[in-house]
Write a protein that binds this ligand. Structure first.
Ligand code: THU
Length: 137
């Protein structure tokens, strides 16, 4: 992917983070990087011997940004890197967590290391009719 310099930086950050994924059970490493203002926050999947405790890379990246006090209104893009037969979309849980922090127009870039292919979607495309705080009384 070479859309512009920022996209390249985000892709490189997600790739570098992916190397640190803890995926001894699935062997499926995932790296995520979110651009917020001038800053990039990364996350990886962190598995556990008690499988259900696994944290996905996307949610990890968003939590890292939250811990750093990032202003999510300045989010421009989130990039997810896997090595698979095709670009890997985020799981349903991650989509719902993205809906909490990101605008529905946020580009979500899926990059596949296997064939260097990239797919670009928006959160609205991935999770239409999401449940939001505005639905709470
Ligand atoms: N995984 C992610 O990190 N993000 C997703 O959106 C889908 C799945 C991880 C969880 C687990 O460690 C591995 O990929 C296989 O499911």
């Amino acid at each position: 992917m070479s859309v512009n310099g920022n996209d390249d930086k985000l892709l490189e950050a997600a790739k570098a983070a992916r190397d640190n994924a803890h995926a001894p059970y699935s062997k499926f490493k995932v790296g995520a990087a979110v651009q917020i203002g001038d800053d990039i926050y990364t996350g990886v999947n962190v598995e556990n011997a008690s499988y259900g405790l696994t944290v996905c890379a996307e949610r990890h990246a968003l939590a890292t940004a939250q811990a750093a006090g990032a202003d999510f209104k300045e989010t421009t893009c989130i990039t997810i890197v896997t090595e698979a037969p095709c670009p890997t979309p985020p799981c349903g849980a991650c989509r719902q967590v993205m809906a909490e922090f990101l605008s529905s127009k946020t580009p979500i870039v899926l990059h596949n290391l296997q064939d260097n292919s990239t797919q670009k979607l928006t959160l609205a495309e991935l999770l239409p009719h999401s449940f939001k705080t505005s639905h709470l009384p």
